[in-house]
Design a protein around this ligand. Structure first.
Ligand code: ADP
Length: 479
């Protein structure tokens, strides 16, 4: 420390070169000695600084807290104290310091002076304030949970949204039950399903969606992600959760679904009438040959329209939970053979062969019509996406508790990043779009809902340019 007489004492050398600001402070608060780090931190040279009291170097808003602790130490209530506080730099800007103060007493216990150490934490504080600003500015609710499941921090956004699920307050602990519902809007969430509980149990997830709020008219939908937070050695520190309000998106999707459903209902009746009259026209013996050919074209297109409307209607039924299965014993070998036969005329026009491999008879309790629909969709896709000169094969085999149907083709295949998406409603793959292969993106959605309604599983293996295999595994059915 400058101001002390030259000494080889290693402690003085340490003070001289320490990166931490240090000062000897008199009982009135005046700085008696300071080290270079302290003078650099506050922007005064050592001589200037030693003429000042800490009171005038402290930011006015932090002075009372410091003075109170200073007095308590002098009074002997405490020996030392620690405080994060703001200093005023010589040029007027604020310097954040982490201050430690200890009182030095003489042999009789009488107070002599204070030793203060100040670590400059301005950079860390700036970082903290930036993060704080981001934490509070984002339109996503953010929550930090400790390893014991206690809520440690949340931003205002999250605090506001807690009102809806927990109108009587929240205890600040993961897994508290409230007005939180699964996506169907009816089933209340159990403790194990609550996002906070799952995150505390160590799970990580994305896009976990559900409704909150008791009143269906005002409830909101959330999509939640969770990540585990770990310390420098990988030790668990808890979990971070982000809650995004997706109510508008959910309501827009509902409107879209209702629109599709009502349009398809409205189209069905006139279309049935059009097809009826076309039938009559076609059978009318007085029509000239070229007119009959034209009626045939109209009829073919009206039938395509009818197939589309019926796909849309079925999608609507699944959505409303109205897909009811009519279980009965069926010979799946016959179902597979019939479906293959029905697809052959279209396939042969494209030079595609359809082969079937199946035992003589495979009996299962299923909804036969729906299973036929699954096969028709998979086969028509297999033919459609094989183009020309390819092979399609259907393999039916029995397993102890289930039956497996595989539909394979040697067609265009599906890129790996689309494999998970092809079962989505209205999804059309890049191959289909690039090659202008017509379709609606509804077929596989219908297939997957029928397989799911049977309690079965649907999987897909595919390689671009080589072909695809769709595998349907159905339980043998309820007794
Ligand atoms: P659509 O065939 O009307 O487009 P689907 O729901 O039946 O609708 O299929 C969704 C997408 O999956 C298709 O657009 C296509 O990209 C891809 N796909 C389905 N089946 C096959 C197949 N056998 N081979 C290659 N791609 C397929």
């Amino acid at each position: 420390m400058q101001g002390a007489s030259e000494s080889p004492d290693p402690w003085l050398l340490t003070l001289q070169h320490s990166p931490i600001g240090m000062a000897m402070v008199g009982l009135d608060g005046r700085l008696l000695m300071v080290n270079p780090a302290m003078s650099e931190m506050l922007g005064y040279d050592v001589e200037q600084l030693t003429q000042r009291g800490f009171q005038e170097l402290t930011h006015p808003d932090d002075l009372d807290a410091d003075l109170a602790l200073f007095e308590q130490t002098l009074a002997g209530d405490i020996d030392s104290y620690r405080l994060r506080k703001r200093y005023l730099h010589a040029d007027g800007h604020v310097v954040w310091g982490d201050l430690s103060v200890a009182l030095v007493r003489g042999p009789e216990g009488d107070p002599l002076h204070f030793i203060s150490q100040v670590l400059d934490i301005t950079a860390a504080e700036r970082e903290r304030q930036s993060l704080e600003a981001i934490f509070e500015t984002v339109t996503v609710g953010l929550l930090l949970i400790g390893p014991d499941g206690r809520y440690e921090r949340m931003n205002c956004r999250h605090q506001e949204t807690m009102q809806l699920p927990f109108p009587d307050g929240h205890e600040g602990e993961a897994g508290q039950l409230g007005h939180v519902f699964h996506l169907d809007g009816h089933r209340r969430m159990e403790r194990e399903d609550m996002p906070s509980y799952r995150a505390t149990a160590g799970e990580e997830f994305d896009d976990y969606t559900y409704w909150v709020g008791d009143d269906p008219a005002t409830r909101r939908a959330f999509s939640t992600s969770a990540r585990q937070v770990r310390g420098p050695s990988g030790e668990p520190l808890g979990a971070a959760l982000a809650y995004q309000d997706i109510t508008d998106l959910m309501r827009a999707m509902k409107v879209k679904d209702e629109f599709v459903s009502s349009v398809s209902h409205e189209l069905r009746t006139p279309l049935t009438s059009v097809l009826g009259y076309l039938e009559l026209l076609h059978d009318n013996g007085t029509l000239a040959d070229d007119a009959r050919a034209q009626v045939q074209v109209v009829r073919r297109n009206a039938l395509r329209l009818q197939a589309l409307v019926s796909d849309l209607l079925q999608v609507g039924q699944v959505q409303e939970g109205r897909l009811r299965l009519q279980y009965a014993e069926a010979d799946l070998t016959a179902v597979v053979q019939d479906a293959a036969e029905a697809s052959r005329s279209l396939a042969s026009r494209h030079g595609v062969e359809i082969g079937v491999e199946a035992p003589d008879r495979v009996v299962a309790r299923v909804d036969e019509q729906r299973v036929r629909q699954v096969l028709d969709n998979l086969l028509s896709n297999a033919v459609k996406y094989t183009g020309t000169e390819g092979e399609v094969s259907v393999v039916l085999r029995e397993e102890p508790d289930s039956v497996v149907i595989e539909v394979s083709d040697t067609g265009i295949g599906i890129p790996a990043d689309e494999v998970d998406q092809v079962f989505g409603r209205f999804f059309r793959g890049s191959g289909a779009l690039e090659q202008h292969i017509p379709g609606t993106g509804l077929g596989l959605d219908i297939v997957s809902s029928i397989v799911a309604a049977h309690g079965g599983e649907l999987s897909l293996e595919s390689e671009v340019g080589r072909g695809s295999t769709f595998r349907v595994c159905l339980p043998r059915g309820p007794a």
